[in-house]
Design a protein around this ligand. Structure first.
Ligand SMILES: C[S@@+](CC[C@H](N)C(=O)[O-])C[C@H]1O[C@@H](n2cnc3c(N)ncnc32)[C@H](O)[C@@H]1O
Ligand code: SF4
Length: 298
């Protein structure tokens, strides 16, 4: 190990809301790595592997020595931390408690299948040890869309995982990808994604616009007849999605750099206002506060 307490293998990704967190890799890459739209962990150095347990423990101990009580949030990286066994995750959370006593929130990404292998009691034990939030890439609630993009999940598997996490007291931040079904599947993508979110009632919901910064080749190899939605089509899909949402208490964000129109609010309280913003942008796009193309990104 070098002088740095943590060994990073670039590129490292984290959700926007983890900007202030200590990013602690406990796995490298993603064990699935087959989603047609996702190129985050395709570089050779990001081949999936769990980090050596001794290395993770040593990193936590050295972060404790160096940063002490000043760290308040920890994000367990990379794309698939929750694939680790409950025993290993519990050991990591205990070590964080011991070495970094100021930590109030530990979070990670979580594929629905990571949860399938863990019981509610096991998840509750992790929550009690400090795991308070997971980011779940649902992407869509439509089984046809999920199959075409090779997510390896279904409406049912994602719903079950989200419910299990909720029952265990772990907050869920769910990501849905605007435009993922293209023109042909836009209707069912919007309707079934809203049905999934209504069933799960997550604490946080974020929508991102699917994009292909490295080209469409990987995506089109799987979703051959994909016809991308134009900006009005993306906004109409958002309207179809939002108008079907029946949420009690969900913080909604559509402010990731990939979005054309920034929307933020609490659902259901702000549903009418958010829909009005969307409808105004659909009716008069030239007057809407759309992000210029140069300011968008992933
Ligand atoms: C690191 S991944 C998610 C973590 C976890 N592996 C999962 O699937 O739940 C982060 C999220 O970025 C989003 N993402 C990935 N590739 C994208 C793309 N090409 N365009 C837009 N969003 C993308 C997806 O919503 C994905 O779930
Ligand atoms: S979206 Fe998540 S599961 Fe799919 S390849 Fe990317 S990191 Fe892996």
């Amino acid at each position: 190990m070098t002088d740095a307490p943590i060994r990073y293998v670039e590129p490292v990704f984290r959700p926007p809301s983890e900007a202030q967190s200590l990013i602690l890799p406990v796995t490298d890459g993603c064990s699935w790595n087959r989603c047609a739209f996702c190129e985050m962990y395709t570089a050779p150095q990001k081949r999936f592997r769990p980090r050596d347990e001794a290395e993770v423990m040593e990193s936590i101990r050295r972060c404790g020595e160096r940063y002490g009580g000043s760290v308040t949030r920890v994000f367990l990286a990379d794309g698939d931390a929750m694939t680790l066994s409950t025993r290993r995750l519990a050991a990591i959370l205990e070590a964080i408690r011991r070495a970094l006593p100021g930590v109030r929130r530990v979070s990670s990404y979580c594929l629905p299948r990571n949860v399938g292998r863990k019981s509610v009691a096991e998840l509750r034990a992790l929550a009690e040890l400090g795991l308070s939030l997971v980011y779940v890439g649902a992407e869509s609630g439509d089984d046809d869309v999920l199959a075409r993009v090779e997510k390896g999940e279904t409406f049912a598997s994602t719903r079950q995982a989200l419910e299990k996490l909720g029952e265990a007291g772990i907050k869920r931040s769910v990501m849905i990808l605007n435009g993922l079904g293209g023109a042909s599947l836009s209707g069912p993508h919007a309707a079934n994604s809203a049905a999934l979110i209504n069933a799960a009632q997550p604490e946080f919901l974020a929508t991102l616009v699917v994009g292909f910064p490295e080209g469409e080749a990987r995506f089109r190899a799987k979703f051959r007849d994909f016809e991308p939605l134009d900006v009005p089509g993306l906004l109409r899909e958002m309207e179809a999605f939002l108008s079907r949402l029946e949420l009690k208490r969900t913080v909604f964000r559509s402010d990731h750099a990939s979005n054309w129109l920034v929307l933020r609010g609490a659902l259901g309280a702000d549903k009418a206002r958010l829909l009005a913003q969307l409808r105004a942008a659909i009716a008069a796009p030239e007057e809407a506060p759309l992000r210029p193309a140069w300011a968008r990104g992933l």
